[in-house]
Design a protein around this ligand. Structure first.
Ligand SMILES: [Fe+2]
Length: 217
């Protein structure tokens, strides 16, 4: 009856997963943990219940994190090349470490005024080793038909498992969040934002992560 059937995926949302070779990851993560220990000493003692804490956002300017910064730049360039974009230069506009203690999560958010964002994983206790992405089309949730099998066409949340040495890169406008850490170990990751340098320099200063673009005067 049907001569041809095809489905085209218009306007897809790319999320990149990049894994370092395990030996490279082990060495890098050991060094990162030691450098982060120095950077965050003394650690904050009073944490908000259910929350997490972050370093300052200038890690990409610190010489001890140069290896990581170079890796993030290479992966970002590869993502921009994949998208076949024309641009003069891009900048890492912020880079910071996230520490997720037991009971800590990170509610859904975006990274405004950036083009790509990413998270590199340093320590991921089993059970606190995922990141959630949410459907950026709010209207799609107006009719959620029951599905025989949830998949990327009918679902509105995608979860990626992560492990030390894994880097996830995604469009900065894509809603994401981190489930509550139900283990008794701390989760450690390093996040960053990247933006086209022309835009950063002339049009807009990047906002801190977690600031949705809704601000009361
Ligand atoms: Fe984020």
């Amino acid at each position: 009856m049907f001569a041809n059937t095809s489905v085209q995926e218009f306007f897809p949302t790319p999320v990149w997963t990049i894994d370092l070779r395990s030996q490279v990851a082990e060495q890098l993560n050991q060094k990162l943990l030691a450098d982060l220990e120095r950077l965050t000493s003394p650690r904050p003692t009073q944490l908000e219940l259910g929350g997490f804490w972050q370093t300052q956002t200038d890690m990409h300017t610190r010489p001890e994190f140069a290896e990581l910064t170079s890796l993030l730049r290479k992966a970002t360039k590869a993502a921009l090349d994949f998208l076949q974009l024309e641009y003069r230069a891009f900048s890492i506009t912020a880079c910071w470490a996230n520490f997720g203690p037991t009971g800590g999560g990170h509610s859904r958010h975006t990274h405004p005024n950036n083009y790509l964002s990413g998270v590199y994983y340093v320590r991921t206790p089993a059970g606190a080793d995922s990141i959630d992405f949410f459907d950026p089309r709010p209207a799609a949730a107006a009719m959620m038909a029951p599905a025989r099998q949830l998949n990327r066409f009918n679902g509105n949340q995608m979860t990626i498992k992560v492990h030390p040495g894994r880097l996830i890169i995604f469009p900065s406008w894509l809603l994401h969040g981190v489930p509550v850490n139900r283990t008794n170990q701390e989760r450690v990751s390093i996040a960053y934002n990247a933006m086209f340098s022309d835009f950063t320099e002339t049009m807009s200063r990047p906002m801190r992560p977690g600031n949705l673009p809704f601000q009361r005067p």
